[in-house]
Design a protein around this ligand. Structure first.
Ligand SMILES: [Zn+2]
Length: 138
């Protein structure tokens, strides 16, 4: 598929949609054909990365097309790493943790002497023993 149009992307210079094609040469760099600005075959990593992630690829491309250009920087990784570090998220998470552990300590010290959980377990165990005893007697 020599120099076929694989997708389209907005031209940063004139805002027209331009064709995105892939070079057959080593490196598999993407290049664009803008109706206004003409062909741009520069292979800088920033530009290749933008073309790789922001091009609207055609729906009918065969498997393995387009080939990822050799110098595309992995954008997905950096985005997922920085996302949870927003101020709002970390603040609310920290305060939630505090209230929850405070609450847990309080409930534990209050309910432990009464042993309501222990009583329930004892009841279950007792009925098991009784049940087994009754079964043995029969
Ligand atoms: Zn243009």
């Amino acid at each position: 598929m020599a120099n076929e149009t694989l997708g389209s992307i907005e031209c940063l210079t004139c805002k027209n949609m331009m064709d995105v094609c892939q070079a057959n040469r080593r490196g598999h760099h993407l290049y664009t054909r803008c109706p206004e600005c003409k062909s741009d075959q520069t292979t800088g990593a920033t530009r290749q990365t933008r073309l790789w992630y922001e091009t609207k690829w055609r729906d009918d491309l065969p498997d393995g097309v387009p080939i990822k250009p050799s110098n595309v920087v992995d954008r997905v990784l950096t985005e997922t790493l920085t996302e949870p570090l927003t101020d709002e998220a970390s603040n609310s998470a920290a305060s939630d943790d505090l209230t929850e552990s405070d609450f847990l300590t309080e409930t534990l010290t209050e309910t432990k002497p009464k042993g309501s959980v222990g009583r329930l377990v004892g009841f279950v165990l007792l009925s098991l023993v009784v049940g087994v005893g009754a079964w043995k007697m029969a």
